[in-house]
Write a new protein. Sequence first.
Length: 280
Amino acid sequence: MITVVGSVNLDIVGTGKTLPKAGETVTGARLARHPGGKGANQALAARRLGAEVRLIAAVGNDDMAEEALKLLRAGGVDLSATQYINGETTGVALIAVSEEGENQIVVCPGANEALDPGDVEGMDIKHMMGVLEVPAATLLAAAERTTGFIALNLAPAMPVPPTLLERASLLVVNETEAAFYGDALHAPGRYVAISLGGAGAELWKDGAKITSARPPEVHVIDTTGAGDTFSAALTVSLINGKPPEEALRYAVTAGALACTRPGAQPSLPRRAEVEALLRG
Ligand code: RIB
């Protein structure tokens, strides 16, 4: 069982020709709403790739909560530790997507910020995945209760307690996040995965690069959720004992598939699709 400690958002998406620059208004976009949030996306991605998954999270007691949770529920993610908080709104992400599939995201965290270290008290956690869209103190409290593998996706980049990083078996970052954390990412015995967008990803261990992988060529529609898919797929593979090279290839292939469909959670691939693409 993997326990994800992370965010749930409702994604409000405008897909248009170009992304706005600062101070610019672009019009003509198509509107869509999808369940999202880096924690929820990674929980559902891991579930669709075959893992048993529980999500520790918080939503508001409002109209958006069920819409944000519906694909997790349908997908069989255990939501018994996901709570509804009175007086908070469900997290919302405002997402602009261009015709090249690139995005800009503004997150309004709402209830995600109210997920408290006390919310993991008394829980037994085997393997854990966490994202920084919930308080780092809550991730640390969960990590202290975890006996197995701990994967942290350090997104969005922000200062975190060194004691949290010390507990990680795997840190997942993109290039911007890698530059933000620098040498603090690396420690003896720890995996560090750096995703490089369309160029694939690198996997490091003990401060040295051990392997890299390029994704298959795909037609990119929307990159939202690709990083979450990569993170979840790599974690699931490493927990399943796959060799690092194989795990990284699996993760970049899963991430590429997530780019071929619109939205975060609607685009998350299933294990059979990833295996089929890997077979070519
Ligand atoms: O990683 C993509 C996710 O980031 C979106 O689903 C959005 O909710 C933001 O959290």
